[in-house]
Design a protein around this ligand. Structure first.
Ligand code: PMP
Length: 788
């Protein structure tokens, strides 16, 4: 992606009007005359056809990232669907069918070329800003925000100079400013932003916004009474929604006869359509001032850089300075006029310490002592997006731990699918609805032939509980085999099948036998030995023999294919196939618990059991299935479902509801559209190689293992003796949290760093994690030198 300065630092294209005429005809089949329009960084032409139709031809700056152009196009197409009556440009496809064509200039530079509708209207900057127009603009922007609410694009988080959340870096650009007073004023507001405002921004609702409702981009009718259009989607960004309001307020304050009244009207107009929240209101004046300070810094820098081309920005410089001075002088009046309830920004600032203590006390009182939390200082989260979580402390945390938000936290497509279905119909599976059938078709298509009947429930525990009932009904047996250290859930039956659970009851435990985990690092055999599969399957034979001695035959063997809670283990080839064979010979069924490993987590394959070349009789699914919407499933063979049906009806009130299935379908769609299995493979391999490289110079690292985007890094005090290092593991995980990276701890010895991020984890995220892990290991090694 181009750097933040590349596009602004690269001169705009320099085509002639005759070139524009030719390009419009050749690429878009639009025959017209062309006249130039102003542009900051691209080149725009107004096209007029003989029949009166008008278009705008946009020739992009050669430094512009094609993904950014696509982002703008998709946003406009989205608005065309959600808010068709909102006057924003329409996009026209080129003759090739693409919305963005490519043009190679004589100097070999390549330009994206797009054709938009021409919106008639007078720029707001050329019209008096009376109160009426400000209210109308507020309402317009609120509707725009609602129209864009469900929209997202990978380029939406691009590095944009005009993104106010990045305002702190503008201070260095103030160096170009000759006027010392303005310099001091702008610097003071930028410092205020960095210290007081930026930490609170991650707590605000955010989405894609236009980000530039300026006097030249807002179009009004000839009498200046109504907004008739908004153009130039070149500064589109994912940012706090409030920023949209702040930009517009700062613009109307530039020239309005009564700037405070104009600002108040605009906010009132906005709130008539979309009320602001208290937290937003309390930051509005700060963001208005920040925007003015940023505009001053950019104008100063660019005025010095390209005086000839950016004269129209430089022309505004005086007005910007005057407006910021006005905000500064009238801060209190402005805060009051814009409805800030708290009186001053300082008073409304959330005090992280006492607030957290209060919440923890409330938690203990209301949720009881069994709900533990991660970290010595528990993390108070307020928002998530992609692989990132945002804390009430104003910090961003890279999430390398959570697998439930499989396609990324709050993925807009999943959110939209849930909202759309929830606003239409949500009911249970005793009625005939389509979503559950669509989903069952899609899901079973990913599984081996034969696994084709689905039971939908709401949690992984319920799925395993049900699988256990199915297996008992089908086999008529009552014994179970599980792996040491396994966790299969929290219901009475599932916790009995979970050797990690202290609650496993003596009575049921009498029916359960535990196989040694196939641990190639600490097990009875080590990597590289031959015939390992057979040797360890002897563990299964012994367990089955023990059941038989108690007069029991196995109903089921439950296995998590990556042995997650046993320490994230990679079983030797043939191990699982041998156990499956032994269990089946004794009359039992084999259950793959894919709650952790399913849905492409392991990279190359869709399901964890595929790593072992086996096909289970039942598969249980949960956690990532619907990206966090409660949903889980058992999939099995028809004859097993029939045996169960003989025992009676089965019904789960919420299981497989239309909303749950809409979410789950969206997860499969996103996985395909965004190539997330491939991403898990590619980024997982990078992460693994990086962890292995760390082992070369960090002696705490004893072993690195896993598959795809699921890795375990086992920490030891001594590589020879393999003495586990649980205290060091905890210290490393705490340090990572301090560095803004979230991972977990796994394994019976609590010494395995668990890395299991959302599948949207990028190569850059992986590098960031590796860097932080290296630093954390180094610090802990320094703190806790070798025992000898
Ligand atoms: N099976 C496995 C392998 C799990 O990891 C979990 C949850 N950690 C469960 C089952 C239980 O799922 P849930 O918490 O949704 O009931």
């Amino acid at each position: 992606m181009p750097g933040v300065d590349d596009v602004l630092d690269t001169p705009p294209p320099a085509f002639s009007a005759a070139d524009a005429v030719r390009v419009a005809a050749e690429l878009f089949g639009f025959e017209a005359e062309a006249s130039p329009l102003p542009s900051e960084r691209d080149q725009n032409f107004r096209l007029r056809a003989d029949d009166g139709r008008e278009r705008v031809l946009k020739l992009a700056n050669p430094a512009e990232d094609p993904a950014t152009l696509d982002f703008q196009i998709r946003a406009l197409l989205h608005l065309e669907r959600t808010t068709p009556d909102l006057p924003v440009p329409r996009v026209f496809a080129a003759r090739s069918g693409a919305f963005c064509a490519e043009l190679r200039a004589p100097d070999e530079r390549r330009h994206g070329v797009r054709l938009f509708s021409f919106l008639a209207g007078k720029p707001l900057a050329e019209s008096p800003r009376d109160a009426g127009i400000c209210a109308d603009l507020g309402a317009f922007l609120a509707r725009l925000g609602q129209g864009l609410r469900g929209f997202f694009h990978p380029a939406a988080r691009g590095d944009l100079l005009w993104d106010l959340s990045q305002a702190a870096r503008m201070r260095e650009r103030l160096g170009h400013l000759e006027d010392a007073d303005t310099h001091g004023l702008a610097r003071r507001w930028l410092e205020h932003f960095e210290q007081r405002v930026a930490p609170r921004l991650p707590g605000l609702r955010a989405q894609v916004i236009h980000n530039d409702a300026s006097g030249s981009n807002v179009l009004v009718d000839p009498r200046g009474e109504r907004v008739v259009g908004l153009i130039d989607f070149g500064d589109l960004v994912h940012a706090p929604l409030l920023q949209e309001v702040a930009v517009a307020v700062s613009e109307v304050m530039l020239f309005a006869p009564d700037p405070v009244a104009a600002a108040a009207e605009l906010v009132a107009g906005y709130e008539a359509v979309e009320p602001l929240r208290d937290e937003e209101r309390s930051l509005l004046v700060d963001l208005v001032a920040t925007r003015l300070a940023v505009a001053i810094a950019i104008a100063a820098w660019r005025g010095a850089r390209f005086p000839e081309n950016y004269a129209y920005i430089a022309g505004d410089a005086q007005a910007l300075k005057a407006a910021l001075a006005r905000v500064d002088a009238n801060e209190a009046a402005l805060r009051a006029a814009l409805g800030e309830r708290t009186g001053s920004a300082a008073a409304s600032r959330a005090a992280a310490g006492p607030e957290l203590d209060r919440l923890l006390a409330q938690r203990m009182r209301l949720l009881g002592p069994t709900v533990s939390h991660f970290y010595e200082k528990p993390l108070h989260l307020v928002r998530g997006r992609g692989a990132w979580l945002f804390g009430a402390d104003g910090r961003a945390y890279l999430d390398a731990y959570n697998n439930v938000p499989h396609v990324g936290h709050c993925h807009p497509r999943v959110v939209e699918a849930i909202a759309r279905q929830a606003s239409r119909l949500d009911t249970n599976t005793r009625y005939v609805t389509e979503a559950v059938l669509d989903y069952a078709e899609r899901l079973t298509a990913t599984l081996p032939a034969g696994l084709e009947v689905c039971f939908f429930v709401c949690s992984g525990s319920e799925a395993n509980d049900l699988a256990w009932r199915l297996a008992r009904a089908h086999t008529g047996n009552s014994g179970a085999l599980v792996v040491a250290g396994a966790y299969h859930g929290s219901t009475a039956a599932a916790s009995d099948l979970s050797p990690t659970e202290p609650s496993a009851s003596a009575e049921t435990a009498a029916q359960v036998r535990i196989l040694p985990a196939p641990d190639a690092y600490r097990g009875s055999w080590r990597r590289g030995e031959r015939d390992r599969g057979h040797r360890d399957a002897a563990g299964a034979e012994a367990a089955l023999a023990s059941l038989a001695r108690a007069g029991l035959a196995p109903a089921a063997f439950f296995v998590d294919p990556l042995f997650t809670s046993s320490g994230i283990l990679v079983a030797p080839p043939g191990w699982l196939a041998e156990v499956f064979r032994a269990v089946r010979e004794a009359g039992g069924l084999c259950v793959a618990d894919e709650v952790q490993t399913g849905f492409g987590r392991t990279g190359d394959r869709f399901w964890g059991f595929e790593m072992h070349g086996v096909v289970p009789d039942l598969v249980t699914l949960g956690k990532p299935i619907a990206n966090g919407y409660p949903m889980a499933a058992v999939v099995t063979r028809p004859e097993i479902a029939r045996s169960f049906a003989r025992t009676g009806d089965f019904f789960s009130t919420f299981g497989g509801s239309p909303v749950a299935c809409a979410a789950a379908l969206a997860v499969l769609d996103v996985m395909e559209c965004e190539g997330l299995r491939e991403n898990a493979r590619r980024v997982g391999a990078r992460l693994r190689a990086g962890c292995e490289a760390l082992a070369a110079h960090r002696k705490l690292v004893g072993d690195v293992r896993g598959a795809g985007l699921f890795l375990g890094v086992e920490l030891v005090r001594d590589r020879e003796t393999r003495d586990p290092a649980p205290g060091e593991t905890r210290a490393v995980v705490e340090r990572l949290r301090e560095a803004g990276v979230l991972v977990g701890i796994e394994g019976p010895l609590r010494n395995v760093v668990k890395i299991r991020p959302p599948l949207v984890f990028s190569a850059a995220d992986a590098d960031r994690l590796l860097e932080a892990l290296d630093a954390a290991l180094a610090a802990v090694e320094r703190e806790r030198p070798d025992p000898e």
